[in-house]
Ligand binder design. Structure first.
Ligand code: PMP
Length: 418
């Protein structure tokens, strides 16, 4: 349409984004694994809109569920009223999650899901009459969102924490327990400070926005054991990893551990409308059961458990149950492994790594990423280089041909650096 003609978005930008690194591309439609631009070009999407659109865009089953819910009741307040889409979704999530993770608190973004988890952990101790346990142990390379409390537990150098130092609460930032030295450091930290710690907070298996940094099941088992020995809570932030991305429905399954609190968002509603959930184990929830209103969790977002979002999430879970999503994730991983591996020998490439449906080519240094992105668009793909990494997190429904186009474009562009 005319109103998206060349140039116009640049006039609008100040109204829509706080910062822009390069001019965004006017976009008019999404279908399957394709993005259609206003100028008629079509791009194969390698990112699934920040890993949300796990079934591809505009999946008919989710669309039908959304249209039906839109006609019936797109929204109603969740204070004092409940509805079937939310109750059904909460029940299904607690059935799918391991152990007794069964109490679901709905919000509308990953950041707020983590914010609620932090508040829950801190208040868990207060409600039990234990004072002074208000700090978290979080990890270098970690990313948990953009609200003030979540920024305080992001990586202090690479994240936005340093800018807000002194403004935000101070937490303990440690190295992930990958080796003896980092495990010893965590043991010493906890031996010294456990009395101040409400919870350990970590992204399981992969630190996403910190640069797709992989760790492993052993480090998660170590953290579960450390938390148990010191009697603190373990929070897993599965906003990125939840719903199949790492090869299992939830990353924690690969370690065989049950966190005390887990956060979910992104792919929860199948990449449609915003929805998030913070899910707590029975013993955590028990600390909030009291006749004293001050014991309630003090958080009540306006769009909590929005019925439209819950209906989309229920439809998304139908697809996880009825279609071979985890097999598709394994096949995507195998194809990416084969087709990205040759990048290892290209100039300036430091590492190639694949986990589940996450494929990463890491470069030696940050080059002209805007130029790189523009050349990828010229190749007909939507792949957005980020710091030193070029990564793929496609929809699980991507075809082998579409995926080959993505990996081929990355190989072509990296073989001929600007
Ligand atoms: N936690 C993790 C692990 C994330 O990857 C993200 C988003 N990249 C968030 C929290 C924040 O989610 P949102 O952007 O929906 O607030």
């Amino acid at each position: 349409p005319d109103w998206l003609g060349a140039g116009l978005p640049h006039i609008w930008l100040p109204y829509t984004q706080m910062r822009t690194v390069s001019p965004p591309l006017p976009t008019v439609a999404t279908e399957g694994c394709r993005i259609r631009l206003a100028d008629g070009r079509e791009l194969v999407d390698g990112i699934a809109s920040w890993w949300t659109a796990c079934h591809g865009y505009n999946h008919p089953h989710i669309r039908q569920a959304a249209m039906a819910q839109l006609a019936r009741m797109p929204h109603v307040m969740f204070g004092g009223l409940v509805h079937e889409p939310a109750l059904r979704l909460a029940r299904r999530l607690s059935d799918l999650l391991p152990g007794d993770l069964e109490r679901v608190f709905f919000t509308d973004s990953g950041s707020v899901a983590v914010e609620v988890a932090i508040k829950m952990a801190v208040q868990y101790w207060l409600n039990r009459g234990v004072r002074g346990r208000s700090r978290l142990v979080a990890f270098r390379g970690g990313y948990h969102g953009d609200t003030l409390a979540t920024m305080a537990v992001c990586d202090p150098e690479e994240g936005m924490h340093s800018l807000f130092a002194g403004v935000l609460p101070e937490h303990f930032i440690a190295d992930l327990p990958r080796d003896d030295a980092s495990r010893d450091a965590l043991e010493r930290l906890m031996a010294r400070e456990a009395g101040q710690v409400a919870a350990i907070l970590v992204e399981p298996l992969v630190q996403g926005a910190g640069g797709m940094l992989f760790h492993d099941a052993a480090s998660l088992r170590f953290l579960r054991d450390l938390a148990d020995r010191h009697g603190v809570l373990l929070i897993l932030d599965e906003v990125f990893t939840g719903f199949g991305r790492t090869g299992s429905l939830f990353a924690c399954e690969q370690a065989g551990i049950v966190p005390d609190i887990i956060t979910l968002s992104k792919a929860l509603s199948g990449g449609t409308v915003p929805l998030a959930a913070t899910v707590a184990r029975r013993h955590v929830f028990a600390a909030f059961l009291s006749d004293d209103p001050l014991h309630a969790l003090m958080h009540g977002p306006t769009f909590m458990a929005n019925p439209l979002a819950c209906a989309c999430a229920n439809a998304s879970l139908d697809l996880f149950a009825g279609e071979p999503r985890l097999e598709q994730v394994a096949a995507i991983g195998a194809q990416m492994r084969a087709e990205l591996e040759p990048c290892r020998h290209l100039p300036g490439v430091r590492d190639v790594r694949v986990m589940g449906a996450i494929g990463v080519v890491e470069l030696e240094r940050i080059g002209d990423m805007n130029r790189l992105k523009a050349r990828l668009v010229e190749q007909g793909v939507w792949v957005r280089p980020f710091r030193t990494i070029v990564y793929l997190t496609p929809s699980f429904t991507i075809t082998p041909g579409e995926l080959a186009k993505l990996t081929g474009a990355i190989r072509t562009v990296l073989a001929d650096p600007p």
